[in-house]
Design a protein around this ligand. Structure first.
Ligand SMILES: Nc1ncnc2c1ncn2[C@@H]1O[C@H](COP(=O)(O)OP(=O)(O)OP(=O)(O)O)[C@@H](O)[C@H]1O
Length: 242
């Protein structure tokens, strides 16, 4: 299969803090990868380097085998990278539908009818159709999370970066969101999902990567990774003896 995303020997540091240490990553089209790691491990910085918000000190980022290292965040959006942020910040004075129009119209040559159709499709997929005309400021936390996902989807991404989208939700709300993300996945979009709510991740992903201090600590089958000595050590603070 073709790699949709490749990171080659990416390094980044902020002063003495290393957030990526000669880091390699490959993701196939349609694949779902989970990313966990302790606070400060470099997870959001990884997204920032994929989405173009920060530039690595060294290394390259490839999307569908094209080097996108020099592209701006908006150009990366246009090639097919969508992103949701840890703290949803919708345009609170606009309606839910209008919030989607912004990324759906941005920087493309699609007709109004096509873009409107896309917005309705995404609202339906994310369960927000009944709220289409509500002001974003009136939404509950779960609805704002749905809107965050919908805004990332509105720009026709082939790769979706989800940053702790389940954070702060009740277990029941989290289950509802997992149902939506599963539906998104079924449309063929590749997903990289950073999440501390591990059971939500495990319901979706094919592969799990554990980051620590900008390095890949362990990666592979999600359940095997969760049961690994390395994960027990960093999360439980125990010196596992294997
Ligand atoms: N722009 C920046 N300038 C300076 N330091 C930064 C910058 N961005 C991130 N850092 C530092 O880099 C480290 C990694 O941050 P990052 O947000 O990538 O971690 P994370 O794994 O996402 O953590 P969390 O789980 O707490 O969100 C942290 O120590 C953070 O303070």
């Amino acid at each position: 299969m073709t790699a949709i995303l490749t990171l080659k020997a990416v390094s980044k540091r902020f002063g003495a803090v290393v957030v990526a240490d000669n880091f390699d990553l490959s993701l196939e089209a349609g694949e779902a990868l989970g990313v966990i790691g302790p606070n400060g491990a470099g997870k959001t910085s990884l997204f920032n380097m994929i989405a173009g918000a920060i530039r690595p000190d060294a290394g390259r980022v490839l999307f569908e085998e094209r080097d996108i290292s020099a592209l701006s965040p908006s150009q990366r959006c246009r090639v097919g990278i969508g992103r949701s942020f840890q703290i949803p910040q919708p345009f609170s004075g606009l309606t839910v539908f209008e919030n989607l129009c912004v990324p759906a119209f941005f920087g493309n040559t699609r007709s109004n009818i096509e873009v409107e159709k896309r917005c309705v499709e995404v609202l339906d997929l994310t369960g927000l159709l009944p709220k289409a005309n509500a002001l974003a400021s009136s939404l509950t936390l779960l609805e704002r999370k749905r809107l965050e996902l919908a805004r990332a989807l509105a720009g026709y991404p082939k790769l979706l970066l989800l940053d702790e989208i389940a954070g702060g939700l009740t277990p029941h709300e989290c289950e509802e969101l997992v149902v939506v993300i599963r539906q998104v996945r079924a449309t063929g979009v590749a997903i990289v999902w950073i999440e501390h709510v591990v059971h939500a991740l495990l319901a979706i992903i094919d592969r799990l990567l554990v980051l620590n201090q900008g390095r890949k600590l362990v990666e592979g089958d999600p359940r095997q990774v969760m049961a690994s000595r390395e994960v027990r050590e960093i999360y439980l603070g125990v010196e596992a003896d294997g």
